[in-house]
Design a protein around this ligand. Structure first.
Ligand code: A3P
Length: 324
């Protein structure tokens, strides 16, 4: 049997199948032929069993910190670029491959008891992610947190101001969210980052095109903020992680932070950093009205979706739909 050199063969292959230039990493343990040629030093136990997908500014860091307190829940190692988030399934990191991804996780000493997870809040609204995540982690559970999308948008705007983003510093929130198609590109981009993730139903449908509803947990970010013990109870039950960790004695409301924080062995509380739970003026009522109308069709779709999934509507959603 004669064949052309490998590079030439590769070029020919991608000429014939151009759609395959972009890889979609499959789970090596789901196909005997793949696991047979995989290094014996590698194990699929080093892949996460659940993902916290965001969206950004809904309380994802608090959830990440609280989950990591559980004795049998292990988070990823931090990234030098994106800190606690790996951000593998979106953006350029995906092309680094699954070995790169697995390096972020410890090898569990007991893979049936211990749950690896990662939280990347950028996953929620990126249309490539559900397909990629499902190809590699078809049995993973997916956890998302929702708050009022108008509040989420405002929190993102404040986040960008805190990071001294010139566009956010030079334009009011109202100017940002009402920017037209004729506005400068940078303003339109900030508007999109404020508004798009909050179209919750659109993004959830995308996830549900790949994962069954039974693998998806939708948490209420307001409940996580005001009653994290109940939220963590619900999350543990959904994950089926054992033992049941008693968050009641490990989380305490810290009046100076204004949020729940972790109780440390010395009895003091350890709260999230200054960038989480920022102080800023309340949203102006004009902007609130504008966003309430803007999000109405998306919120209607969300309420239909949650009802279809047999889930309770969060209070903020009920309020948004009251009298409409
Ligand atoms: P603000 O800073 O706008 O108040 P994320 O971690 O996804 O970026 O979300 C940040 C938001 O988490 C904060 O937004 C804050 O309201 C919310 N949050 C919920 N529980 C929190 C907690 N225990 N500590 C700090 N922030 C919390």
């Amino acid at each position: 049997l004669k064949t052309v050199p490998p590079m030439e063969l590769g070029r020919k292959y991608f000429d014939l199948y151009p759609e395959e230039v972009n890889p979609v990493w499959q789970n090596p343990c789901d196909d005997k032929r793949h696991s047979a040629i995989w290094s014996k030093y590698k194990t699929c136990d080093r892949l996460p069993r659940f993902l916290v997908i965001g969206p950004q500014k809904t309380g994802t860091t608090a959830l990440y910190a609280f989950l990591s307190m559980h004795p049998n829940i292990l988070s990823n190692f931090p990234s030098s670029k994106t800190f606690e988030e790996v951000q593998f399934f979106n953006g350029a990191n995906y092309y680094r491959g699954i070995d790169w991804y697995m390096e972020f996780f410890p090898t569990p000493s007991n893979s049936s008891l211990q749950y690896l997870f990662e939280k990347s809040a950028t996953y929620f609204d990126n249309e490539l992610v559900p397909k990629r995540a499902h190809a590699l982690l078809p049995r993973a559970k997916i956890v998302t947190i929702l708050i009022n999308p108008a509040r989420r948008a405002y929190s993102w705007y404040q986040h960008m101001r805190a990071h001294e983003d010139a566009v956010a510093l030079n334009h009011s929130f109202y100017k940002v969210v009402t920017a037209t198609d004729e506005a400068p590109r940078s303003l339109r981009e900030l508007k999109n980052r404020c508004l798009n993730p909050g179209k919750y139903a659109v993004h959830l449908e995308m996830w549900l095109n790949h994962y069954p509803a039974s693998q998806l947990l939708i948490l209420d970010g307001d409940q996580l903020r005001t009653d994290p013990v109940s939220t963590m109870w619900k999350t543990q039950k959904f994950l089926k992680v054992k033992p049941h960790f008693d968050y009641d004695s490990h989380l305490r409301y810290d009046p100076s932070k204004g949020f729940y924080c972790q109780v440390m062995p010395n009895g003091k509380t350890k709260c999230l950093g200054r960038s989480k739970g920022r102080h800023y003026p309340p949203m102006e009522s004009d902007t609130e009205k504008f966003l309430s109308n803007y999000y109405l069709p998306y919120n209607v779709e969300l309420s239909k979706l949650l009802t279809k999934l047999g889930q309770q509507l969060p209070d903020w959603l009920r309020e948004e739909l009251r009298g409409r």
